[in-house]
Design a protein around this ligand. Structure first.
Ligand SMILES: CC(C)(COP(=O)(O)OP(=O)(O)OC[C@H]1O[C@@H](n2cnc3c(N)ncnc32)[C@H](O)[C@@H]1OP(=O)(O)O)[C@@H](O)C(=O)NCCC(=O)NCCS
Length: 183
């Protein structure tokens, strides 16, 4: 799909295996090595991103931006974690980040997930519909600024029904009462 404004000629397409090295370089430039210590990154360790929700922005053969979504479990529900979202430092402010998120959100709406969570700046992510969750509704497996925990429903009421500890699907054993009985 193309961005609607002709002057902004980047194209948004699904990520392909051949994009991996360039995407990694973009994330390294955008977030640095400290990214691996963040709570959101811990949820990605050993888990693959959802392939059909991974998009890149391409212009003239060059990678301009990337977005991925990871599967997570929140309490008893499956959900998605948005990120990393990164745009080439020289290409910011052109709508690439928003266009990437819109592509991912539209694709996610066709899937089974009730909602998307992320950790980020509300003023930015509000552009695509994210809003702050009530503090304590969901818990990351590590320290997170509660004012940066944002969510977006993909199905009616999808966000309202999400609560509890956030874990990696099929890897993390429940460690507290709200996850009892789940593997
Ligand atoms: C955040 C990021 C993805 C934005 O990408 P982008 O392509 O420049 O974003 P867009 O062009 O779609 O949107 C730009 C708009 O968002 C605003 N914006 C960008 N980052 C913002 C932030 N952190 N908080 C509030 N507004 C922000 C810009 O001021 C601009 O506003 P305007 O449209 O009113 O002028 C990019 O700056 C980036 O890669 N940063 C480093 C990695 C990062 O922090 N990723 C996000 C955390 S997951």
């Amino acid at each position: 799909m193309s961005h609607p404004q002709a002057s902004e000629a980047f194209e948004i397409r699904r990520q392909e295996p051949g994009d991996a090295a360039a995407v990694e370089a973009l994330n390294e430039a955008g977030f640095g090595p400290g990214r691996f210590a963040k709570s959101a990154w811990r949820l990605r360790e050993g888990v693959r991103p959802v392939a059909e929700l991974s998009f890149v922005a391409i212009e003239g053969g060059a990678l301009r931006g990337s977005v991925r979504f990871w599967p997570i479990r929140v309490g008893n529900s499956e959900a998605l974690l948005l990120g990393p979202l990164a745009v080439d430092g020289a290409q910011r402010g052109r709508g690439i980040g928003v266009a990437l998120m819109q592509a991912g959100i539209a694709a996610a709406q066709a899937g089974p997930w009730p909602a998307i969570l992320l950790v980020g700046d509300e003023p930015y992510y509000a552009k695509v519909g994210f809003s702050r969750l009530p503090p304590g509704r969901v818990r990351f497996p590590g320290p997170v600024d509660p004012s940066r925990v944002l969510g977006l429903s993909l199905k009616p009421g999808g966000l309202l029904n999400l609560s509890g500890l956030i874990r990696r699907p099929h890897i993390d054993e429940p460690v507290c009462a709200d996850g009892a009985g789940l593997g």
